[in-house]
Design a protein around this ligand. Structure first.
Ligand SMILES: *Cc1c(COP(=O)(O)O)cnc(C)c1O
Length: 415
């Protein structure tokens, strides 16, 4: 139910996100959606109930424009439907979205939906810790084999895509966490498209989306998010999303979601849809802040290197950044002289940035990946990925950048 759909021309994302997905007439005129906490819904007739079940279970497809009645809130509920409708214009190229109770739930459901026993998938490394655990330790027990390719290694990725037996899915996390190494989405899409049986290309867009990177427009089939990060933006909830151009892919994930029972609850849907209109504003401020700070700190004598998109010096990485990222984003990692003691001392000396994992919130957070977010990786894997003892990851918030810069400088001076 939307009045945006009746507008005289296609609305641009900042307008669409505020006008579609919600009809005040369905909430006694309330300007913001109500929260519908009911677990079950009353049918208008037994026939309407039967019809709702036929469509929900996929026995009979819905007619174009047909709205079947709500059934039970593990299947869907008004707040998930509002949220799923409102988020679509934020992801360029998306036609449909499905919401989950965490980013891991979205990623797990994508793998369970699209990779069958006996099939393989290709993935970039390093991956987010939870995703890594899923692909390395769990999916092989279902006879789904993962083929690992280092982030940014274009030739190796092409080779893996062409030679993987029974390949059904390619999973890219770009930029990689915490080193910001980028993988070429368009190139992966073209290589995938050259195969007789085209695998699905899935991108975890948590770090730069939805504001700065648009995988569907570059040829990806599915975008997944931890909405816990930038989309919700205040470090106060967990949520996940998947979006696609092909509605059929999202409908298959919805069917899996019914079975897994991992839909986002009404209160959280309501919170998240209220955050959507400001995602782009927040991310733009975070990116501006981070760029100012990273480019100033790179001169500091205690800093060996800063991993940040505008500070790349590899020609191929610069080419990928220019082709697929509109702005560099709010996350950088500093490599300090002096290894772990220096990194820990730096974290201890910070007054504004807090020592916590997670990212994308309006407040600045910093952590030591090697002993926290990436501690489950082996020694070789850590070294291969460039996650050293002196590395600190920073997620910049919306504070005044001058206060943050002064804080980082005084902490570095004391290391
Ligand atoms: C946080 C994160 C996840 C997992 O999301 P949750 O909401 O914590 O389940 C997945 N991918 C990336 C890149 C993340 O940063």
């Amino acid at each position: 139910m939307t009045h945006g759909k009746d507008a005289p021309h296609p609305l641009r994302p900042p307008t669409a996100v505020l006008t579609r997905g919600f009809d005040p007439a369905l909430s006694v005129g309330s300007a913001r959606p109500a929260v519908f906490r009911s677990s079950t819904y009353v049918f208008s007739s037994p026939e309407a109930a039967a019809r709702a079940f036929e469509v929900a279970t996929g026995k009979i497809p819905a007619q174009p424009g047909e709205q079947t009645e709500l059934i039970y809130s593990r299947i869907s509920h008004p707040n998930s439907e509002i949220l799923e409708d409102q988020v679509v214009p934020l992801e360029r190229g998306a036609e449909e979205a499905v919401v989950f109770n965490s980013g891991m739930a979205a990623i797990m459901t994508a793998f369970l939906t699209f990779v069958r026993p006996g099939e393989s998938f290709v993935y970039t490394a390093p991956l987010y810790g939870g995703t890594n655990h899923l692909v390395v330790d769990f999916l092989p027990t279902l006879s789904c084999q993962g083929i690992r390719v280092p982030a940014g290694a274009g030739d190796q990725l092409d080779e893996a895509i062409r030679s993987a037996p029974n390949l059904s899915l390619i999973f890219l996390e770009t930029p990689a966490n915490p080193t910001m190494v980028m993988t070429d989405i368009r190139r992966a899409a073209e290589t995938a498209a050259s195969l007789p049986r085209r695998p699905l290309l899935v991108v975890d867009n948590t770090f730069l989306g939805p504001a700065f990177q648009h995988p569907l427009a570059l040829g990806a089939d599915l975008v997944v998010y931890s909405a816990t990060k930038y989309l919700s933006g205040f470090s106060d909830m967990l949520a996940g999303l998947a979006l696609a151009r092909d509605r059929g892919l999202i409908q298959r994930m919805r069917a899996m979601r019914i079975m897994c029972g991992n839909i986002l609850q009404p209160d959280e849907c309501w919170l998240l849809d209220g955050r959507l209109p400001t995602v782009s504003l927040r991310m733009n401020r975070q990116s501006k802040n981070a760029q100012r700070i990273a480019e100033a700190l790179v001169e500091h004598p205690k800093v060996r290197k800063i991993h940040y998109p505008t500070l790349f010096n590899d020609a191929e990485q610069i080419k990928i950044r220019l082709a697929q990222c509109e702005f560099p984003g709010g996350i950088f990692s500093l490599e300090l002289e002096g290894g772990r003691p220096a990194a820990f001392e730096f974290l201890r000396r910070l007054h504004i940035a807090r020592n916590a994992v997670s990212l994308g919130g309006v407040e600045t957070l910093a952590c030591h990946p090697r002993t926290t977010t990436h501690s489950s990786l082996g020694e070789t894997e850590l070294n291969l990925a460039g996650i050293g003892e002196g590395l600190v990851r920073v997620s910049i918030g919306i504070e005044d950048w001058r206060d943050l810069l002064a804080d980082f400088q005084q902490a570095l001076d004391q290391v």
